[in-house]
Design a protein around this ligand. Structure first.
Ligand code: AMP
Length: 540
């Protein structure tokens, strides 16, 4: 017997409609590429999203066609989120930090028909437009008078004149909720990037889950600053979750340095901010160098890479800002787990609470997870046994775009992460399957080794990699970039590991470098580091 409830599809257009109707005067604040601060409301955003939809109709772009973006976090990008997907096209957010040839490859693979870009990325567009075979329209996200006369891009349109003449009314189509809504290519440190293709249903369910109190805890009284880029897994779904809850949104544009972020937090009364550890490190450095505080910030979502313990301590203890460590990936829309405490933890001493907070957290409803051994046998949730982490759920990938072979194992998606899960359901990543250092049959977590080095006051960034060893297969070394003007010697840093990790886990050597290579999403590029160290020989 079927239930007798209405069968309304879950659609992205209903998110912006809800925000406009119930939170019409709610603010969206953006630091623009032009340098100024722009203010609009959810009602403005809905009207302009409809102008985008009409403008796409006018260009004759069919339902299901891909519309690319090369853009920072801002109100225009948000209008494309709702206007493109809401009208039945697929929003393809492209990471502008990739190499131009990779961007062209991705645009061709996705068969983008139009690409909208911030003027910052005009040099990229100039270089690739001749190679993007399917792109018929290039649209610069600016006013007509900011359009460079000699852009070198034939037929270049200004976004404002493109949408400006269009009506602000649009009848959003009643799409199949399983229709594709947006896509994002994985950063692909090896091989060609692969695309996750999200649906309206997966995005709306993800927005519900992301707003929950134990996830991002969003409400109509929150002010959220997504520093995580809108070209990286839809800014962790924040634009959708913000529309669902009607919270105030603050977009940082291209300025992600500590000073700009702190200024925006203070001037806009930001209560919650989301980003990767590298961004927060810049912010914390700025605060400590200038003896500043946060006056409104209550919590930070830190994800995309492991949150170093020193960072958690600084936020929690020095600034009274709650850290919510979160884990996920492009293939998971991205939310998998968030770390918040349970009632039973309330009476714990702060130091013990912080140990829990450093874990990647508990699965949000909708995400099912397990850890398995090499034979695929499930391992216990005892907080000690580690295994390959597998997930399934309604916003987790089934297939990659244009790749027939299923990535799944018996219906579960292998994340490529190695983790433990404790009896309370707190998952902790111990490594990437490919980064774990295998020494004498034991696994050494490269993350643990990095965290110790990062806790040393002289160290700005640390990367642990396994080096081939004739007896132990591999031994860990730690590659370190120091803070400007700071000093620490090899032996002193190795001594710093005493009592913090087991003796056999202590790195065999320290290699000092100017900087650690970072990938397009701000994560350490260990493949590149290994290449740089190809002639390195272990002292042991
Ligand atoms: P991406 O698809 O680029 O977002 O990368 C996803 C990968 O980033 C995950 O599979 C993890 O390896 C890593 N990752 C994300 N969040 C965390 C976290 N909180 N701690 C450790 N690794 C993380």
């Amino acid at each position: 017997m079927l239930g007798l409830m209405q069968n309304h599809p879950l659609l992205i257009s209903s998110l912006i409609e809800h925000a406009a109707r119930h939170h019409g005067d709610g603010q969206i604040v953006s630091r623009r590429v032009e340098g100024d601060i722009h203010r609009c409301t959810w009602a403005d955003s809905a009207r302009r999203s409809k102008q985008v939809a009409n403008a796409l109709d006018a260009l004759g772009i069919a339902a299901g066609s891909r519309v690319g973006t090369l853009a920072w976090n801002g109100y225009r990008h948000q209008e494309l989120y709702f206007g493109v997907s809401g009208s039945g096209r697929v929003l393809h957010t492209i990471n502008p930090r990739l190499l131009p040839e990779q961007i062209a490859w991705i645009a061709n693979h996705a068969e983008d028909e139009a690409i909208c870009f911030d003027l910052t990325f005009l040099p990229i567009v100039k270089g690739i437009h001749g190679h993007c075979k399917t792109v018929k329209h290039w649209i610069a996200l600016c006013d007509a008078d900011k359009l460079p006369a000699d852009s070198g891009v034939p037929g270049l349109l200004s976004y404002e004149s493109w949408i400006g003449a269009q009506p602000t009314e649009y009848a959003w189509p009643r799409l199949d909720e399983n229709a594709a809504s947006s896509m994002c290519y994985t950063s692909g440190t090896t091989g060609n990037p692969k695309a996750a293709l999200y649906s309206h249903r997966s995005s709306v369910l993800h927005a519900f889950a992301g707003s929950l109190p134990d996830a991002m805890n969003l409400s109509a009284s929150s002010v959220i600053l997504p520093v995580v880029p809108m070209f990286h897994v839809n800014a962790w779904g924040i634009p959708y979750a913000a529309a669902l809850t009607g919270c105030k949104l603050v977009y940082p544009g291209a300025a992600m340095d500590g000073k700009s972020i702190h200024e925006l937090m203070e001037s806009e009364g930001v209560t919650m901010a989301a980003g990767v550890p590298t961004v927060w490190q810049m912010l914390l450095n700025h605060l400590s160098q200038n003896k500043l505080k946060f006056s409104t910030l209550k919590s930070t979502i830190i994800g995309g890479a492991a949150c170093p313990p020193a960072m958690l301590n600084t936020f929690e203890n020095d600034y009274g800002v709650e850290v919510r460590h979160a884990w996920g990936m492009t293939e998971m829309s991205p939310l998998g787990t968030v770390c918040t405490l349970k009632e039973k933890h309330r009476s714990m001493p702060e130091a013990d609470k912080n140990k829990v907070r450093l874990k990647q957290g508990r699965a949000v409803f909708g995400v099912d997870m397990k850890i398995v051994d090499d034979q695929g046998q499930e391992r216990p949730w005892d907080g000690k046994s580690y295994g390959d982490l597998l997930v399934r759920g309604p916003w987790i990938i089934d297939h990659y775009f244009k790749i027939d072979a299923s990535p799944l194992q018996d219906g579960w998606f292998p994340t490529g992460d190695v983790a433990t899960i404790d009896p309370d359901g707190y998952m902790q990543i111990t490594d990437r399957s490919k980064d774990v250092v295998k020494s004498g049959g034991e696994w050494i977590s490269s993350i643990d080794i990095e965290n110790v080095a990062m806790a040393h006051p002289a160290v700005a960034m640390a990367a642990c990699i396994g080096m081939p060893h004739p007896k132990w297969d591999e031994r860990p070394i730690v590659v370190v970039a120091l803070k400007p003007g700071a000093q620490v010697g090899r032996d002193e840093l190795l001594a710093f590991y005493q009592g913090k990790v087991a003796k056999w886990q202590t790195p065999d050597d320290v290699v000092f470098v100017e900087s650690i290579p970072l990938g397009a999403t701000g994560k350490m590029l260990k493949t590149k580091l290994r290449e740089q160290l190809k002639d390195y020989k272990l002292p042991t």
